[in-house]
Design a protein around this ligand. Structure first.
Ligand code: FCB
Length: 464
């Protein structure tokens, strides 16, 4: 593996990504307030094995060791997220200096090693008091988010120049407020669509605040998780089902952010569920502010067929109940998450973005990776050839997309460490570094060494 060169642009950046609740632990330390994920993970039956982020990878205390690992890996950039409840324990009001001091230390340690921080401001750990006041269903949360972003930018903006406002608003809104699989675990129609809108509004308000303070020094973008979507057949009902799937997984987010509009299909599809009463004049100018980059998270494509709605009455449906289901063929390779493996799907997705949005800014792949059933062998090594192959093929798909004219500037592997995989708890391992949760020992997997080589080889080739 890795013998044939990856034809990526010379200045292409390589990185790794994590998120606060998934790795930090130390949930009661230094004034941190509770987040919706603390509440959710402590609710019986919500997370596999009742796992919580209470300790996670103990990164709060071991960040120096983790930064040293990244330095050894040789990445250009590290995508981390800030825990809002560390910075504003109640979701509003004055900053908690001890929380900010932690991120100061992390950012300084990264810069000392020549690693550029890419900071996500919201990776799902909403302060619980804000959820109690309505959460993302209410507009006030977007305003509170903008205030928090201003605090973060003031504290770190002298050193952080790449900001990602929100991570995967699809998951926060649809998994959080429609399917109930993620915190806060609600199952709603209009509430979930309002949540999606307020997340995007919060994103736009955050862009304004960062630009006001940082002028040109900062690059600002949002990260969306997107899928190439197709129908299993040419049957009219399957094609219509694929249109609805595309709406929910992509267009509901890409259209407001990249084109400042909601698609007509959103209005017709959700007519019985919502009157779009949460949409105010001027909002779409804010959600659609031009960005310095778009972050794209890709894991797998969506192939759908028409299926019965879960609920008969259109007005009582949850926002995800759109009369389709995903199909995976029995002979398709799947990851430990059950997700199908399709590297070319990343190329197709990037092409779709490029062809659909003339205003598409440069793209960073801000997450890509796979879960494997990793085990520590008797010799102490963790050999993960399936992950290496997955990462290599996806990097090749990025190279193919750039050859087709899509401006992709970098790639962040998900994830540096095995970590708390949300509703799956610690059962699913995505890291290129294995974490023994009993001892907190870190063991770089073979994919770590592979990625190290890829980065080194790319640099050499670019320099020659
Ligand atoms: C994404 C999340 C990330 C991680 C990966 C596997 O949806 O952004 O935190 O859990 O999936």
């Amino acid at each position: 593996m890795g013998e044939q060169r990856l034809n990526l642009p010379a200045d292409f950046e390589f990185g790794v990504a994590t998120a606060s609740y998934q790795i930090e632990g130390a949930v009661h330390e230094d004034g941190r307030g509770p987040s919706i994920w603390d509440t959710f993970s402590h609710t019986p039956g919500k997370v596999v094995h009742g796992d919580t982020g209470d300790v996670a990878c103990d990164h709060y205390h071991r960040y120096a060791e983790d930064v040293a690992l990244m330095a050894d890996l040789g990445v250009d950039s590290y995508r981390l997220s800030l825990a809002w409840p560390r910075i504003q324990p109640d979701g509003k009001g004055p900053a908690e200096p001890r929380g900010l001091a932690f991120y100061d230390r992390v950012v300084d340690a990264l810069l000392e090693h020549g690693i550029q921080p890419a900071v996500t401001l919201y990776h799902w750990d909403l302060p619980q008091p804000l959820e109690d006041a309505g959460g993302w269903r209410v507009r006030d949360t977007a305003e509170r988010f903008a205030d928090y972003v201003e605090i973060a930018q003031e504290a770190l903006g002298d050193r952080v120049t790449r900001w990602i406002t929100i991570n995967e608003p699809f998951c926060s809104s649809i998994l959080g407020y429609a399917t109930g699989r993620h915190a806060p675990g609600a199952r709603e129609g209009d509430g979930a669509l309002a949540a999606a809108h307020h997340l995007l509004l919060g994103h736009g308000l955050a862009v304004q605040r960062i630009r006001a303070a940082a002028a040109h020094r900062a690059q600002v973008g949002a990260t969306l998780n997107l899928q190439p979507v197709s129908a299993v057949s040419d049957r009219e009902q399957d094609r219509a089902a694929a249109d609805r799937a595309l709406l929910l997984s992509n267009l509901l987010f890409t259209d407001p952010v990249l084109a400042g509009r909601y698609p007509q299909l959103a209005r017709s599809t959700y007519a019985a569920l919502t009157d779009f009463g949460w949409l105010r004049d001027g909002d779409l100018e804010i959600t659609g502010l031009p960005l310095d980059f778009l972050g794209v998270n890709y894991y797998f494509p969506s192939r759908v067929r028409a299926a019965p709605y879960q609920v008969e009455d259109p007005a009582s449906r949850t926002a995800d109940d759109l009369g389709y289901e995903d199909v995976v063929d029995s002979d398709e390779e799947r990851t430990a998450m059950g997700w199908p493996v399709d590297a070319d799907g990343l190329r197709r997705l990037l092409r779709w973005l490029h062809d659909s949005y003339p205003q598409l800014p440069p793209v960073y792949i801000t997450e890509n990776g796979r879960a494997c059933d990793d085990v520590v062998a008797a010799n102490g090594h963790v050999h993960d050839p399936d992950r290496m192959r997955y990462l290599e093929n996806h990097l090749r798909a990025v190279a193919d997309a750039t050859a087709e004219g899509v401006d992709v500037r970098g790639y962040y592997c998900w994830s540096l460490l095995d970590n708390f995989e949300w509703a799956e708890g610690y059962a699913k391992r995505f890291g290129i570094v294995y974490v023994d949760y009993e001892t907190q020992q870190r063991i770089p997997k073979s994919s770590f060494e592979w990625y190290q080589r890829v980065i080194r080889d790319h640099r050499r080739a670019a320099a020659s």
